[in-house]
Design a protein around this ligand. Structure first.
Ligand SMILES: [Zn+2]
Length: 393
């Protein structure tokens, strides 16, 4: 083979490999991708009375697929003058989008363990753990009695977000009570705008309206649908209804207080279940009838999907280190002298993967998240070796 011909073959081969790599890294058709945008921590001076002038943190995570775009806001006073305690206004975990009403932007989720709000504890972690086929992020709190982890996920073709909220008791601690409050303002901020609506909460079992309280029957109230008959998009008013569901085996009981402004859903969780699964809909821009029809038609299948979803990042759940090692050994041998430079790095990464997998399998949140990142980094290095193997083989 002439030298020029040889070079052309090498370049064509390289091009082919880069195309294959590109498609593998991207994974799916562009339209099916789920993206997660992390704003990073943003700091400002607090203006709230008790914490005026303090350092305030805000961080937004936005999950988006072809059907929906949900954003979540962590917001708390992180001033060094009270290093072990976090303070907040109305809440610390809000859902500013798609609507600022519905699941409340100023805080829609409040978790108490043994009577202590996890929001008062510094965040141990907040990071994106998966993008591509699915999108998810996690938040971790080092509560005195348990490690608490919240994973929020947007599946590829879903109009709602799903969550896994877990509490792993510490060897020194016991978890005797777990309560969860969820706050929504269905469709419209009525009182703020000096308007009177008619809030409802409906389940497959019954429908109640303000100012009633709905006592929940887990297992029968398989979805909760929140709407306002005055503020209905069909009448040209409001942003549309919202909904939620929970895994009934983790819930002992609960109630929905249907106020004329906020609607509070309080769930008493079973401490021994160690986690609860949740799903949230914001039917932004939809008529009440559309939200209701969706839940009646798809509530059951969405409940099934919620129960069977593996919330571990797919890179972790599908990881087979032995297979990766066999592939790497073969490619390194084929890559010859040029591959040798990569050998220590590849072996180091595979070794670290095995260690992290052990931790992840035991439920350690940090090992699991670090492993997901490492698998991504490894893929890039492996493809460099693979290219060398093809060029030298
Ligand atoms: Zn403060």
């Amino acid at each position: 083979m002439s030298m020029i011909h040889g070079m052309v073959v090498r370049i064509s081969l390289l091009w082919l490999v880069l195309c294959i790599e590109g498609s593998l890294v991207v994974g799916d058709e562009p339209g099916n991708e789920v993206s997660v945008n992390d704003s990073g921590s943003q700091y400002s001076q607090a203006t709230s009375q008790k914490h005026s002038g303090h350092k305030w943190e805000r961080r937004t995570m936005t999950l988006e697929n072809s059907l929906a775009r949900y954003s979540f806001l962590y917001s708390a006073c992180v001033d060094p003058s009270h290093p072990n305690d976090r303070a907040f206004d109305e809440g610390y975990f809000g859902m500013p989008g798609p609507s600022s009403c519905n699941w409340y932007h100023g805080g829609f989720l409040v978790l108490n363990l043994n009577g202590k709000d996890v929001g008062t504890v510094p965040l141990a972690d907040m990071r994106v753990i998966e993008t591509g086929t699915r999108g998810s992020f996690q938040m971790v709190w080092d509560h005195p009695d348990a490690m608490v982890r919240l994973k929020m996920m947007l599946p590829p073709a879903a109009n709602h977000v799903i969550a896994d909220l877990s509490w792993n008791p510490k060897p020194s601690g016991t978890v005797a009570t777990v309560t969860l409050r969820l706050v929504c303002y269905p469709s419209y901020f009525t009182a703020w705008n000096h308007r009177q609506g008619d809030r409802h909460c409906a389940t497959p079992r019954l429908d109640k309206h303000e100012p009633e309280t709905l006592e929940l029957v887990p297992g029968q109230d398989t979805y909760l649908y929140y709407y306002d008959t005055i503020f209905d998009v069909a009448k040209g008013e409001g942003d549309g209804p919202c909904a939620m569901m929970f895994s009934s085996e983790s819930v002992r009981g609960g109630r929905v207080q249907i106020g004329n402004y906020a609607v509070f859903t309080d769930l008493e969780l079973r401490p021994e279940s160690r986690h609860v699964r949740l799903a949230f809909w914001d039917f932004n821009g939809k008529k009440n009838a559309e939200g209701e029809a969706y839940l009646k038609a798809h509530g059951k299948e969405d409940q099934t999907m919620l129960a069977k979803t593996d919330f571990r990042p797919e890179a972790v759940a599908k990881l087979d280190v032995a297979r990766l090692r066999a592939e790497a050994t073969k490619c390194l041998a084929e890559a010859g002298d040029e591959g040798k430079a990569y050998q220590p790095k590849v072996e180091g990464m595979l070794g670290r993967m095995t260690e992290l997998k052990t931790g992840a399998d035991q439920g350690d949140w940090k090992s699991e998240a670090d492993l997901a990142t490492l698998v991504e980094e490894y893929t890039v290095v492996f493809w460099k070796v693979k290219i060398l193997a093809l060029l030298n083989g």
